[in-house]
Design a protein around this ligand. Structure first.
Ligand code: F6R
Length: 617
């Protein structure tokens, strides 16, 4: 939440900051602002409530001086509403220092009281302004911007990334981070800071991740990283694996449309290089230790939202293939309920952004409790993989639309690879069984492509007919259940309508009371080919709701004639083994959520009240 950019270099700060904020806007879009030290040595700030475009339009009408030093911010409001005054940057007492912030300063109230007593006046309702005034005063006392920020961060509680610049220090931007993201971009005669690499990938693909409780000072020709006590620290440079075009919309109507079209590639790239001779080879698990995979007696998956639904699917596959019990927990519930963890527990965290604060806190807690932590993550240089013992990266590429789509299928792919690796190492799967499942996984991308080609227009039409629908239910059994939950979440966040996902077997224990004539119900129907399939039970469930007037939209295997008499619409999906059906069943639901949002004239990529990277608890 909140996107941050900092720049020192040529006289082009505004281009860098606005370009970076555009690519970071998915992190928050309540307001945006910039501060630049112009060529004449004066500092100017401009900030506006609303999306970045409001600020851009304002700058078009009333241009501000460009310069070689600048910071920029796009906000997801926490303390104080989304107004011009609460937008960042905030200034110190004397107006000479500008500061931007991502996170929450939990002790801001007592610091504010102290500052008010000492004569400070506040112009906003934010927690951030406290930090701006404190750093401004420390700079006045020390004349050293890095030292000033260091002194202040020692006093702050909570989570923060802070960037500061001072009019008397052109060519310098200083950043600090605790539990919020910050990455350095290394240029030639210029350097960058950003909440993630998207901030500067247009200008450089050389990046350095900054660790917890560290401070970085960038100048055009130098980058210095120290800890909060001033000791220098080692840093690791990495190359950004994608270029700026990957985070552009291209010719698509929305980022989400583009990202759904990339689902086949997200699965294929996540498998790439991890299969040899038909068997899974996950070298990334080695840092867990030589016997870790045979020693563990339990797995706990922690994640939030869509990532947690991916985790639920991982549970079915990992338990089936490795016979290790798997619990799936929402990170924020897990963290605050004193869970039982032992050195034989493997905690698997799942996070597209790698920055979700709830999951980060749960990861730290799990490590402190003695468990090993493996993260599944889509973002290089992110905090969660850095805090984990090992990481399996999903290679979905940058996901910009706030609602997760391609990252979901990539997360499920990574979890299935982990399940197959565990089955191999623990001897619960034969080589033939592994090869069979690997072949199923490798066949997924083409099958998703088939759905995108065959069904997209039809689903779009369905969505157009349903713009007045007030409530949609989703039913599934077994691996169809997490898919139902995912379908419902997409509809809530994208189309702003009531939507619930249920385990179909649970229906008669209460939710069936919701069914009245015309109620739309999506049903994920398992394949009838599998002898253990729950197909007959799901067909019975369809009949039960149909008898009560529900309008049924079935997502069923191609050629499954048994659902035709009971469904109002059938969306066919290609044939696949039971565990692999979710990869296919979820795609029509992603498309439906997007199409309904678009048909209602809503913002598909930036739904209200949300932000992509949830960096507050
Ligand atoms: C829903 C969605 C969210 C995220 C959740 C976790 O479409 O995108 O529910 O899945 O906020 O985010 P990450 O994966 O970044 O930890």
């Amino acid at each position: 939440m909140c996107g941050i950019v900092g720049y020192v270099g040529d006289n082009k700060s505004l281009e860098v900051l606005l370009g970076g904020l555009k690519r970071l806007e998915y992190r928050g879009y309540d307001s945006a602002g910039v501060a630049v030290i112009g060529a004449d040595g004066t500092m100017d700030t401009r900030k506006r409530a609303g999306k970045l475009q409001v600020l851009v339009d304002d700058l078009d009408m009333r241009p501000m001086a460009n310069g070689a030093t600048g910071i920029g911010h796009t906000r997801w409001a926490t303390h104080g509403g989304p107004t011009d005054r609460n937008a960042h940057p905030h200034l110190g007492d004397d107006g000479k220092l500008a500061l931007i912030h991502n996170g929450i300063i939990e002790n801001f109230s007592e610091l504010k009281n102290e500052l008010v007593e000492s004569g400070a006046t506040f112009t906003s309702e934010t927690d951030t302004e406290v930090a701006a005034i404190l750093v401004g005063r420390e700079y006045a006392a020390t004349g050293d911007l890095t030292e000033a920020l260091r002194r202040v961060v020692q006093r702050l509680e909570g989570a923060f990334t802070l960037l500061v610049m001072h009019v008397d220090q052109p060519g310098v931007v200083v950043g600090a981070r605790r539990n919020s993201p910050l990455v350095i971009g290394l240029g030639d005669g210029e350097n960058f800071l950003g909440s993630d690499v998207a901030a500067f990938v247009e200008f450089t693909r050389r990046a350095v991740a900054i660790g917890q409780d560290q401070i970085v000072t960038i100048r055009p020709d130098s980058v210095v990283v120290t800890d909060f006590d001033g000791n220098s620290v080692e840093t690791d440079e990495f190359e950004i694996a994608w270029d700026a075009s990957a985070s552009e919309k291209g010719g698509w109507s929305s980022f989400m449309a583009k990202e759904i079209s990339e689902e086949p590639e997200a699965v294929a790239k996540t498998i790439l290089g991890r299969v040899h001779d038909g068997l899974v080879d996950l070298k990334e698990l080695e840092p867990l230790g030589p016997d870790a995979l045979t020693d563990i007696d339990r797995i706990v998956v922690i994640a939030c939202g869509t990532a947690a639904y991916a985790g639920m699917l991982g549970k079915y596959a990992i338990e089936q293939w490795s016979r290790i019990p798997v619990d799936v927990e929402l990170s924020h519930e897990f963290r605050y309920r004193n869970p039982i963890l032992t050195p034989r527990t493997l905690v698997i965290s799942i996070s597209q952004s790698g920055e979700t604060m709830d999951t980060l806190m749960a990861v730290k807690f799990a490590k402190e409790s003695g468990a090993k932590v493996l993260s599944v993550c889509n973002t290089q240089g992110a905090t969660i993989p850095r805090e984990s013992d090992a990481v399996v990266y999903t290679h979905a590429g940058p996901e910009v639309a706030v609602a997760s789509t391609k990252a979901f299928v990539a997360q499920v792919t990574a979890l299935y690879l982990i399940g197959l690796e565990l089955g191999k190492v623990r001897g619960t799967l034969s080589d033939d069984e592994i090869r069979h499942n690997v072949a199923e996984l490798q066949a997924v991308p083409d099958k998703i492509s088939e759905i995108l080609t065959v069904s997209q227009a039809e689903i779009g039409q369905l969505a157009h007919w349903m713009t007045d629908t007030q409530s949609v239910l989703f039913l599934g059994r077994n691996v169809g259940y997490p898919v139902a939950l995912e379908g419902a979440l997409k509809l809530k966040e994208l189309a702003y309508i009531h939507a619930e996902g249920f385990a179909a077997g649970e229906l008669k224990h209460g939710p069936i009371a919701l069914i009245e004539p015309g109620q739309v119900v999506f049903v994920i129907v398992p394949s009838p080919r599998d002898p253990d399939s729950l197909h007959p039970k799901v067909v019975s469930n369809i009949q039960e709701i149909r008898a009560r007037g529900a309008r049924v939209i079935a997502i069923a295997e191609k050629g499954d004639a048994s659902v035709l008499p009971f469904a109002d619409e059938v969306i066919p999906i290609p044939l696949a083994g039971s565990l692999f059906e979710p990869f296919l069943a979820v795609v029509p639901l992603h498309i439906f959520g997007m199409e309904l949002s678009a048909a209602k004239g809503l913002d598909v990529d930036q739904p209200r009240n949300l932000a992509k990277s949830v960096t507050v608890e």
